[in-house]
Ligand binder design. Structure first.
Ligand code: C5P
Length: 233
């Protein structure tokens, strides 16, 4: 059944999904790789559409797959699909440009985090609504982290207590994200990084193990298990 988005919601979610996914091995663009028989992007959009505040979803698709993605998502939820760019940042910028007037909160979410719970989407949006201009979901770092030189020798041990692993969706006051993208000079791997460069404080909320980023074949296997367990329970 096609999900309905909330016409009174205040949140637009951008889903950059135009990456090749080279680290998953040869095959289709990553967002279209199958997880339990359905593309990662379908899982991701279904989760976003289940979040009560979501008014708009914009997907940046691989240029050659725009109509395929449109057809794929039409039965899932009413989604705007635009062609992505050469880098993640340009894909996000293209999606941001397609957000209609209305939503004051913009979330940026990777299609690769296909099992992100709707509760995480809502908690990031709630923190923006509460007054934080930029919000990221984070997890503590469990491994010991070392800085290593190009020759493979350890240069030092980083204090793990001060580190966090950053997930998506990252949430922003719309005008703050638009200004950060307009001013962006270098391509960064996340949008909070652009906003930090503007001097805007970035607030952390607890992330979720289910929002893992599916990057390598191992991650896909973990995600299959998680999904099977969720469907069982
Ligand atoms: O490559 P990486 O895993 O960091 O990509 C994160 C997200 O950005 C993925 O969902 C990917 O599809 C997206 N992306 C994009 N356009 C690109 C490169 C990556 O939308 N040119």
């Amino acid at each position: 059944m096609t999900a309905q988005l909330n016409p009174r919601g205040d949140v637009a979610v951008l889903v950059p999904a135009a990456g090749a996914g080279v680290r998953l091995g040869p095959g289709r663009p990553k967002a279209l790789r199958l997880l339990a028989g359905e593309p990662l992007l379908v899982h991701a959009v279904r989760g976003l559409a289940a979040a009560a505040s979501v008014h708009t979803i914009v997907v940046a698709a691989p240029v050659a797959e725009v109509s395929t993605v449109r057809d794929l998502l039409a039965p899932i939820a009413p989604v705007i699909v635009v062609p992505g760019g050469a880098e993640r940042q340009s894909s996000v910028a293209a999606a941001l440009a397609a957000v209609p007037a209305g939503p004051d909160i913009v979330l940026v979410h990777d299609a690769a985090r296909a099992l992100t719970p709707a509760t995480l989407v809502e908690s990031v949006a709630a923190a923006v609504r509460a007054g934080h201009d930029a919000v990221i979901p984070v997890l503590p770092v469990v491994d010991t982290i070392k800085e290593v030189d190009a020759g493979g020798t350890v240069r030092g041990t980083v204090d793990r207590a001060a580190l966090r692993a950053v997930q998506t969706p990252q949430g922003f006051r719309r005008a703050v994200l638009a200004a950060a993208h307009a001013a962006a000079a270098d391509a960064l791997t996340d949008d909070a990084g652009l906003v930090e460069k503007q001097g805007v404080p970035v607030f952390c909320v607890p992330g979720s193990d289910h929002a893992l980023k599916i990057t390598r074949p191992f991650d896909l296997a973990v995600a299959e298990q998680l999904l099977a367990r969720t469907l069982d329970s």
